[in-house]
Design a protein around this ligand. Structure first.
Ligand SMILES: Nc1ncnc2c1ncn2[C@@H]1O[C@H](COP(=O)(O)OP(=O)(O)OP(=O)(O)O)[C@@H](O)[C@H]1O
Length: 252
C-alpha cells in the first residue's frame, strides 16, 4: 500500500499540499481530482521525489521513502509518466525502451543500438506490447501520434517495473477518440500487471467511468474520498468542483 501522512509543501505563503493523509490500496485504481491549483501535481511531485516535503511521510508497503532521491524512489517501486514526453525523439520505440530496461538492470547505456544487452530487447518488446505499441516498435519516436507518444511515456515508466504507477493527466491534449483509446489501454494495463495505479484527470466522464476510488483535493487539502457514487453525491465536492450533480452519473 502507498500511504502519505501529514504531507505538507509550501511555496512561499501558499500551502500547495497541506497536511494530507491518504492511502492507496495495493492493486487499486484511483483518480485524484480537484480544481486548478488544488495541489494535484505537487502531490505527485512529493510522492515521486521531484519535490521534498516540508513535513510528513510517504511510505510504500510500510517503508519510508520520504526525501529519497528520484532514482531511489523509482528503485523502491514508484513509477511516473509525465504530462510532457520524456523519451529520445530520434530513437525508435524499441531503442527507447531497451535503454530504459538496460538502465533499470544496471547495464551500461552506451552502444545500445548495436549491442543491446541480452534479454533487454525481448523485455522492451513485451512492454511495448502491453501498451499496444508492438506494431510501432521500429518507428522513430518523434513520428508517433500524440497519443502513441503518451503511451510510450507510460511504457518507459513500466520498463522500470513499478509497483505503483502515477499518471499525470494521461489524456491531456487528446481528442475524444484518442482519449478513450488511451484510457482503455491504461485500464487493460492495470488489469494485466496488477499495478497500484493513481491518475490525475480533469475529464469527469473518464474518472467516473474507470476509477474504483476517488480522492478529491482542494486548496491543498483532502476534500473527500470514496467511491464514484460517494463523490458524485458529496455536497462539498459538488459545491467546490463538480458544480451540479454530475450529468454522466449513469455512464459508470
Ligand atoms: N514550483 C512552484 N512554485 C511556486 N508555486 C507553485 C509551484 N508549484 C505549484 N505551485 C502552486 O501550488 C498550488 C498547487 O499547484 P499544483 O500545480 O500542484 O495544482 P494542480 O491541482 O496540479 O493544478 P492544475 O489542475 O491546474 O494542474 C498552486 O497555487 C500553484 O500556483
Amino acid at each position: 500500500m502507498l500511504s502519505v501522512e501529514g504531507l505538507t509543501k509550501r511555496f512561499g505563503g501558499v500551502a500547495a499540499i497541506d497536511g494530507v493523509t491518504l492511502a492507496f490500496e495495493t492493486g487499486s485504481l484511483t483518480a485524484v481530482i480537484g480544481p486548478n491549483g488544488a495541489g494535484k501535481s505537487t502531490f505527485f511531485n512529493l510522492i515521486s521525489g521531484a519535490l521534498v516535503p516540508d513535513s510528513g511521510h510517504v511510505r510504500l508497503d510500510g517503508a519510508e521513502i520520504t526525501g529519497l532521491s528520484r532514482a531511489a524512489i523509482v528503485r523502491a517501486g514508484i513509477g511516473r509518466a509525465f504530462q510532457v514526453a520524456s523519451f529520445f525523439p530520434t530513437l525508435t520505440v524499441a531503442e527507447n525502451l531497451v535503454g530504459a530496461v538496460a538502465a533499470h538492470r544496471g547495464q551500461a547505456a552506451g552502444m545500445l543500438r548495436r549491442y543491446p544487452p541480452p534479454g533487454a530487447r525481448a523485455r522492451a518488446l513485451e512492454v511495448a506490447d502491453m501498451l499496444g505499441l508492438a506494431e510501432h516498435a521500429d518507428t522513430i519516436s518523434a513520428n508517433l501520434s500524440h497519443g502513441d507518444q503518451k503511451l510510450l511515456d507510460i511504457a518507459l515508466a513500466l520498463a522500470l517495473e513499478p509497483r505503483v504507477l502515477l499518471l499525470d493527466e494521461p489524456t491531456a491534449g487528446m481528442g475524444p477518440d484518442e482519449r478513450w483509446r488511451m484510457i482503455e489501454r491504461v485500464q487493460r494495463l492495470w488489469r494485466q500487471v496488477g499495478l497500484t495505479l493513481v491518475f490525475i484527470e480533469h475529464d469527469m466522464d473518464i474518472v467516473f467511468r474507470i476509477a474504483q476510488t476517488i480522492r478529491v483535493l482542494c486548496y491543498g487539502r483532502v476534500l473527500a474520498e470514496g467511491t464514484p457514487d460517494d463523490i458524485r453525491a458529496n455536497p462539498a465536492v459538488i459545491e467546490a468542483y463538480l458544480g451540479t450533480p454530475h450529468a454522466g452519473a449513469d455512464a459508470a
